[in-house]
Design a protein around this ligand. Structure first.
Ligand code: SF4
Length: 196
């Protein structure tokens, strides 16, 4: 439920909404029988509340109808559920069910291609490349680390001068080769210098 609600929302917002949601609908059976208007009111603040409510009820109904109300620990079964794409399925596998999964979001796409451990903009192909390059036990952690790194350091405008993996990064090596790394560092210093 939380992962479906997280689309176009923030972790903080979802964490505010979920306690009341879980109390009202403690299992798939309860959620499958939810009145749409009631659910929409509870998830309103996460955005796209109509689509999300429809997906949540549909997902719960399918869980009850085909999986005895349990969440299946299988990516093919998960991605057949309403509102569950490959990224959501991998998050649920890795974080809720203890099965290695490697969610690829925009941060993982950016970080992995800059470092040079994957290439392309297709999340399914990047997931496949990363899964082949990494031991299965590291899949979920590798995704989490890249998401946090992409939020904090390797942002669209990367803070390479503060990055602990720059020696292993193709993007940084290309900056060195073209002589731009020093310029970036000086730019960063200038930005950090307070005006008097
Ligand atoms: S060195 Fe720069 S581009 Fe490479 S991972 Fe670090 S922040 Fe990203």
């Amino acid at each position: 439920m939380a992962t479906i609600l997280s689309a176009q929302s923030t972790d903080e917002r979802v964490n505010i909404v979920t306690p009341a949601l879980f109390e009202r609908y403690p299992d798939a059976k309860a959620l499958a029988a939810a009145a749409t208007a009631d659910l929409e009111t509870l998830v309103l603040s996460t955005g796209f509340f109509r689509q999300k409510s429809k997906a949540l009820i549909g997902m719960a109904q399918q869980l009850v109808a085909t999986h005895r109300g349990q969440v299946p620990a299988d990516i093919d079964a998960l991605t057949k559920l309403p509102g569950v794409g490959r990224k959501t399925a991998n998050v649920v596998l890795g974080h809720a069910l203890g099965v290695p999964g490697l969610p690829v979001d925009r941060h993982v796409l950016r970080v992995s291609s800059r470092i040079g451990i994957a290439s392309g903009r297709d999340p399914v192909k990047v997931e496949s490349q990363l899964c082949q390059a990494l031991p299965k036990a590291m899949w979920t952690l590798a995704s989490d680390v890249q998401i946090l790194h992409g939020r904090r350091i390797c942002r669209p405008k990367p803070a390479c001068e503060r990055c602990s993996v720059r020696k292993d990064c193709d993007y940084y090596r290309s900056l060195i080769t073209t002589g731009l790394a020093g310029k970036r560092k000086n730019d960063a210093r200038r930005v950090r210098t307070p005006r008097r």
